[in-house]
Design a protein around this ligand. Sequence first.
Ligand code: PXL
Length: 279
Amino acid sequence: MKRILTVQDISCVGRCSLTVALPIISAAGVEAGVLPTAVLSTHTAFPKFTFCDLTDEIEGISKTFSELELDFDAIYTGYLGSFRQLGLVSELIDRHKTEKCMVVIDPCMADNGKLYKGFTPEFAKAMAGLCGKADLIVPNLTEACFMLGIPYTEDYDEEYIRKILKQLTALGAKRAALTGISFDPSKLGAYSYDSTTDSYFSCFNDRLPVAYHGTGDIFASATLGALMRGHTTESALSVAVDYTLECIRLTMADEDRRTYGVNFEQALPYYIDRLEIKK
Ligand code: PXL
């Protein structure tokens, strides 16, 4: 059985980061070790939240894992809240990275052309430095533009997306997948570039007329689970696109919506079945 380590915050309510990564990766049949970087009452898009910083714990936990010779098949990082955390997570990757350990970085910090609360363009540049250590990065277009220091636009074509992907891998990541890409108003998906083979890949599914918070975290977690289950990057991205859509579909159909994020729990049976189909 594979074991991964995921490094991100716990937002107690709101279905994002660890409350999404842990169940999805477990459902994939992969042991999910967690390193919580902070505990928040909810994610930062709520009007009010508490924030308990756990940065001081990162180094001790990581060093203790090494002393115990605990190894990981993947390290997956999500929302990281400060420059200091970026530095410590970079050291953690150096400490635990082995030949068999895949590094997946989701540079969670922005969406729809805007940085989340508390982030700056300088932070995005520092995140770009961390992304240089990854085997795969999964930014949305906003995060990609902030990391590259270029203006965000929704008016793009395939040539532009390919150019951005090449620039992202030039940061050092072997593969980059842009999420939330659409060339046709009725379709939404991911577009990737593998610099080791100089090849592009894209996968799309239906676009529903809604936007929910936390779908990027679901997408990244589902991709990681599929990679650990032996899917190629391309196949894992297809699984993640289809599973994310299924989550959105079920959320839309939930008449008595009293929750935040998407109903990813109800779509887990779909994900588990889909993991058996390798494309
Ligand atoms: O979904 C990304 C995310 C994760 N963690 C925290 C957040 C956000 C997005 O707003 O605020 C704390």
